[in-house]
Design a protein around this ligand. Structure first.
Ligand code: SDX
Length: 423
């Protein structure tokens, strides 16, 4: 059987055969046959906006690979900075490449002092740290006007290093401002994850120290959140990047998309849900409300995964390592019971709703001491590497500006009537 499809326009009887290549068919082929007829797909459930080699998400089988490497292997053996290098360069670094990459990132973690004080401290004391994050990253574009020269690959990489290095500093600065604690400067003697923990939690000690299990768990969480195909925020990055906007504005736009509770905001929503449920007795009434459509089981369901999200499994296992140090999180029992009840209920099974990456991550973040409204910011720190990898891929594909079509269903032409003649 040929690897192709045939489309026939029954109005004319004309047909075309379109080859199936890498699981896709090129829309340009049918545009000739069907001018001004558009395949309607409002949430991109069925159409592909691009080809990509960055990560592979096999929803039926619950598989995630970054540049071909299974997420389980990267979570076990790699570091976030090595994964960031892999996503951006397509290959794992040699020891020399890795050392230079780590050195470059480590030496770009500072943000302009006056900017931090005057801009970030102008927010209200209770500003959501994600709102501070997206605003501050966008404002960073004003510090690096040369970032607009997106055609210079060396300049691109310089801005990429700056962004990966500075997002933890911006994130921690926002959180410290919220909690009324003094800003903690980056410590170049610490690794990426430990440095972020230091900027978040260091008080008066000369040098921040933490249990290695904590920095390892954070690094693992950053790895599992680093990339995930054409998710909502990555698609936003690609659309904004297709207009040849600077990378700071691209990342800020992507972070705005991640902020939503259906996407990266779900980890905060899961914790709020677990608090609302509060005890075993409330689980059945809550599940009834979900099945009645009154609310959603946050941290469950996924557009692509119709199987267990492999990241959820990794994070669930990592939670126990953290709880060894911090003591168990009382909400864990409720989460485990919720999962057990949902996976035994036809409402969820029939809709193929399983725990996703957000279901257990909040429990770890909370046990590590992160404020709940920082959870999405943690997601953004990790996903900055993925967003940038897709931004580079988009520019190297030399793609055209994103401009979807529409199926117009509004009024046909009509004549303006002066307001005095309107009843
Ligand atoms: C992330 O795309 C990515 O890769 C995202 C992400 C990444 O790494 O970038 O994986 C990260 O965003 C994970 C998802 C985090 N969001 C949540 O946990 C929020 C809760 N989940 C949902 O709102 C929902 O599942 C989505 C948004 C994740 C997916 O929505 P879809 O694919 O549009 O599915 P849908 O809303 O059309 O739901 C299909 C059915 C509906 O029931 P019926 O209308 O058929 O009766 O499933 C039901 C929905 O009501 N459903 C849920 C549900 N999710 C879907 N019912 C209860 N609880 C849920 N969580």
């Amino acid at each position: 059987m040929p690897e192709s499809i045939t489309i026939t326009d029954n109005r004319t009887g004309e047909s075309i055969e379109v080859p199936i290549v890498d699981g896709g068919v090129d829309a340009a082929a049918w545009r000739k046959l069907l001018p001004n007829v558009w395949f309607l797909d409002p949430s991109f459930s069925t159409t592909a906006a691009t080809t990509s080699a960055v990560s592979e998400v096999d929803g039926e089988n619950g598989i995630l690979r970054y540049r071909g490497y299974p997420i389980e292997q990267l979570a076990e053996h790699s570091t976030f900075l090595e994964v960031a290098y892999l996503l951006l360069h397509g290959e794992l670094p040699t020891p020399g490449e890795y050392d230079k990459w780590v050195y470059d990132i480590t030496h770009h973690t500072f943000i302009h002092e006056r900017f931090r004080k005057r801009f970030m401290e102008s927010f209200l004391h209770d500003a959501h740290p994600m709102g501070m994050f997206v605003s501050t990253i966008a404002a960073l574009s004003t510090f690096y006007p040369e970032a607009k020269d997106i055609d210079d690959s060396q300049n691109r990489m310089h801005q990429i290093v700056r962004l990966i290095a500075k997002v933890p500093t911006v994130a921690a600065a926002g959180s410290r401002f919220n909690s009324g604690l003094p800003f903690v400067y980056p410590d170049n003697n610490l690794d990426f994850a430990t440095n972020f923990l230091s900027m978040m939690f260091k008080i008066a000690e000369p040098t921040y120290e933490c249990d290695p299990a904590m920095s390892r768990a954070l690094d693992l969480l950053l790895i599992t959140h680093a990339d995930h195909g054409q998710n909502c925020s990555t698609s936003t990055a690609r659309v904004v990047g297709s207009a040849h906007t600077d990378p700071y504005s691209v990342i800020a736009a992507a972070a705005c998309s991640l902020y939503g509770p259906r996407h990266g905001g779900a980890n905060q929503a899961v914790m709020e849900m677990l608090y609302e449920i509060g005890s075993y007795e409330n689980i059945d009434p809550f599940i009834k409300a979900v099945k009645a459509g009154e609310t959603r089981l946050m941290g469950f369901g996924h557009r692509v995964y119709k199987n267990y999200d492999p990241r959820a499994r990794i994070i669930k296992d990592a939670a126990y390592d953290v709880f060894e140090v911090t003591g168990s999180n009382p909400l864990l029992d409720i989460a485990l019971k919720l999962e057990e009840v949902a996976l035994g209920d036809d409402y969820f099974v029939s809709r193929r709703l399983y725990p996703n990456v957000d279901f257990y991550s909040g429990l770890i973040y909370q046990s590590m001491g992160f404020p709940t409204d920082m959870f999405t910011v943690l997601f953004a720190i990790a996903r900055t590497a993925g967003w940038l990898a897709h931004w580079v891929e988009l520019l190297e594909q030399d793609s055209r500006i994103a401009r979807p079509r529409q199926v117009y269903t509004g009024s046909t032409e009509r004549t303006y009537t002066p307001i005095t003649e309107r009843s």
